[in-house]
Ligand binder design. Structure first.
Ligand SMILES: C[S@@+](CC[C@H](N)C(=O)[O-])C[C@H]1O[C@@H](n2cnc3c(N)ncnc32)[C@H](O)[C@@H]1O
Length: 304
């Protein structure tokens, strides 16, 4: 059996040089998301060898390189999801979409040395990504798609359209950042009515209005905050089940402790696949321990 990659090794692999171009500022907890991607994408690329290689799709790609805020130890600069994919051998092609003008131009520059193994497109994930997948990913090719919003930019209809791409043999595998604590629960006031804009955003995020029943039970005290959060997450997972995914599971990502607080959940990674090998690899990647954010926050606690 292959030896487990340690947290220190993962950090070293994520580490990058500053190239002087635009970077994305990240909190140390983001290292865990990047580590999950780094480990999974390798397994995906290996598993797709027989099929001639897999396709990686990144719908909200960012500029490519990240800078860790308040990094107290190395590395300060780390590969973002597109550069992780570009540096993964064995993938057949990478498809990146980014809406920001500067981010997309910077990503294009960083992707340039990789020639025709990559497609970079400026566009809106909700309006343009499903069509870009139909255009660039062959129907029979294995496809792994990362959807990594900062807040509530990602609409359910987009996920549904990607999953239901006509004529595809298997639905694309999805790794979605579900911003439950970062964005969603913050838009549920516990006193006073919910504004119309927030209602529309929640409807777009969940693809239905079933979240309202959870919110009402929380308001009337029938659910604790933790129970309400768990129900919102279940509702989101249920949406992926309804799309027909055979394996759907999640992982919470936590911030390092502060002087006043223990570790708090920041968001949840949600994975959906029809593939038994993908299921097995991601379960391992989700369940293993990471101490990356703690290292970066200056609290060296290795051994996991
Ligand atoms: C959380 S960041 C992605 C970070 C990236 N996955 C990484 O690891 O470096 C989200 C990115 O999505 C872009 N974005 C926001 N709304 C978008 C949309 N509707 N369509 C495409 N990109 C969008 C933002 O400009 C930002 O660069």
């Amino acid at each position: 059996m292959a030896r487990r990659t340690t947290s220190e090794e993962i950090l070293a692999e994520l580490g990058a040089e500053d190239d002087g171009l635009l970077t994305r500022s990240i909190g140390p907890w983001t290292l865990e998301k990047l580590a999950v991607l780094l480990l999974y994408i390798r397994g995906f690329a290996d598993a797709c060898k027989k099929a001639g290689g897999g396709f990686y799709v990144d719908g909200l790609a960012g500029p490519g390189l990240c800078e860790v805020r308040n990094a107290q130890v190395e590395p300060r600069f780390v590969l973002g999801s597109p550069l992780i994919a570009l540096n993964t051998p064995g993938l057949q092609h990478r498809v990146f979409m980014e809406m920001g003008e500067r981010e997309e131009a910077t990503l294009r520059q960083r992707a340039e040395p990789f020639g025709d193994r990559v497609t970079v497109r400026r566009g809106d994930v909700n309006r343009d990504l499903p069509a870009l997948i139909r255009e660039t990913v062959p129907e029979r090719a294995p496809c792994f798609c990362l959807l990594d919003p900062e807040a509530a930019e990602l609409h359910w209809n987009t996920i549904s359209e990607i999953a239901r791409t006509p004529a595809r043999r298997k639905k694309p595998e999805l790794l979605i950042l579900f911003p439950l604590e970062m964005s969603i629960v913050r838009q549920f006031p516990t006193g006073g009515p919910l504004e119309l804009g927030a209602m529309e955003r929640h409807n777009r995020t969940f693809g239905n209005s079933r979240w309202q029943a959870i919110y009402e039970r929380r308001l009337s005290g029938q659910l604790t905050p933790a129970e309400a959060k768990s129900d919102y997450l279940e509702l989101y997972k249920d949406g992926l089940d309804q799309l027909g995914y055979r394996h759907v599971f999640t992982k919470p990502v936590l911030a390092p402790p502060t002087p006043t607080q223990g570790r708090q959940e920041r968001y949840h990674l949600v994975f959906a696949t029809d593939d038994d090998t993908g299921d097995k690899i991601m379960r391992y990647v989700f369940e293993r321990g990471y101490v990356l954010g703690l290292i970066s926050g200056g609290q060296k606690e290795l051994g996991i």
